[in-house]
Design a protein. Structure first.
Length: 406
């Protein structure tokens, strides 16, 4: 893949943002737990992030229809930097038991901007990378992102042993500021949207694009069931599975989580190493990846051996990524570039909204039916995903970019 300065700037800026996002959440959860000694208060942090991103994914099309994509990405990152700066000052000067809830308002603001930036960032990749290089570009982006996820959670926890959460927040402010400076160098893209009559047209543009594009309709259906299935991997359910099903120490939750991310990274590396083969056989990788994830999840639900569960977790991540990267490329090549940002916001609405309810549902179901049952149910849901992928596999084959007709 030819080096492209804008893509590299986008990748570098996003890498710094990803590192900062993890470190600031680690610092905040630690600070709140130390202050309140409440696990529920700490657990409310990811809930706040998810809820705010859901709201953002609904409202973002209003901005996308009126503002250049580069400007949205740049100013959302500058906004995150300023909000985190205010959080840093608040934690130093005013944070106490009577006003800690203010941190959740700031967290929500940062997540709102994140929910705005994420679909724009994904939509910019096809502007900066030739279509034949999209598999490699998506694979490289995923490899870096997942590697950061693996290393930063571990490294962030270690940092808290030598510095306090307040200092960690200031490190993140610096990372966010550098990322903002890097994003300035992105090439401005020509992003033209159809003239909309009103705000409702802007809000629904992504859904209308999906409705008129058969492959996107299938992918959204798959995303719906896959998101529900993925809710079993939240900490609350995983802890119970490790304790009740594997009868292992709680550190095995970390091992299982780590092995899953390692599987994701290896899957990404395969796509980067063999981009043309993966691109040529998108439909095969999507169907096979979904099917293998289904089979492996069902086996995972039945195992009592912690080491075997570790292997299964890595394989689920591996085959999931072999499906996800070609699937991402299918989205990027199925509609004109100017519709991608609103399509991604619509898909993001499904992901965040469904995941919030599914997480609660799986937790309750685990209490009533046993933790193995929810992993078995996850496997069944992935079977539905596999059937949907197989039924419409021809839609995933590499083709010329289709023109959308509203």
């Amino acid at each position: 893949m030819n080096k492209n300065r804008s893509f590299l700037f986008l990748l570098l800026g996003q890498s710094l943002v990803n590192i900062g996002d993890v470190l600031y959440i680690v610092a905040l959860i630690s600070a709140l737990y130390t202050l309140t000694e409440s696990a529920a208060v700490s657990a409310f942090v990811p809930f706040t992030v998810t809820f705010a991103m859901f709201i953002s994914s609904i409202l973002t099309p209003l901005i996308i229809g009126r503002v250049n994509l580069k400007a949205i990405l740049l100013w959302s990152q500058i906004g995150k930097t300023l909000l985190l700066l205010s959080l840093g000052f608040f934690m130093i000067t005013s944070l106490n038991l009577s006003n800690y809830y203010i941190t959740f308002l700031i967290i929500g603001g940062i997540a709102l901007l994140d929910g705005c930036a994420n679909p724009v960032r994904q939509a910019l990749i096809p502007y900066y990378v030739k279509e034949e290089n999209l598999i490699q570009a998506n694979g490289l982006a995923e490899t870096i992102t997942q590697s950061i996820q693996i290393g930063t959670w571990f490294f962030g926890s270690l940092l808290l042993l030598v510095i306090n959460p307040n200092h960690l927040i200031w490190i993140v402010v610096s990372l966010f500021a550098i990322a903002s400076c890097i994003l300035i160098f992105l090439k401005k893209v020509k992003h033209q949207t159809e003239r909309q009559e009103n705000n409702w047209d802007l809000l629904t543009q992504g859904w209308r694009t999906i409705r008129h594009t058969p492959v996107l309709k299938t992918l959204v259906q798959m995303e719906f069931f896959e998101t529900i299935a993925g809710a079993v991997w939240i900490a609350a359910v995983m802890y119970v599975f490790v304790d009740k099903a594997l009868r292992a120490g709680e550190q095995w939750w970390g091992f299982l989580n780590g092995s899953f991310f390692i599987g994701l990274v290896i899957g990404s590396i395969v796509c980067v190493r063999f981009p043309q083969y993966v691109d040529k056989n998108r439909n095969v990788f999507i169907v096979a990846g979904a099917s293998m994830a289904c089979i492996l999840t069902v086996i995972f639900s039945m195992t009592s051996n912690a080491v075997f569960a570790l292997m299964l977790s890595a394989l689920i991540g591996f085959f999931g990524q072999l499906k996800n990267i070609p699937q991402q490329t299918v989205i990027q090549t199925s509609v004109p570039n100017e519709h991608l940002a609103t399509v991604y916001t619509s898909i993001g609405t499904v992901s965040t909204g469904v995941f919030g309810f599914a997480s609660l549902f799986m937790g309750v179901l685990s209490d009533f039916l046993g933790v193995r049952s929810v992993y078995f149910l996850s496997g069944i849901l992935l079977l539905i995903v596999s059937v949907l992928a197989f039924k419409d596999k021809k839609l995933f084959m590499k083709n010329e970019k289709m023109q959308h007709s509203a």
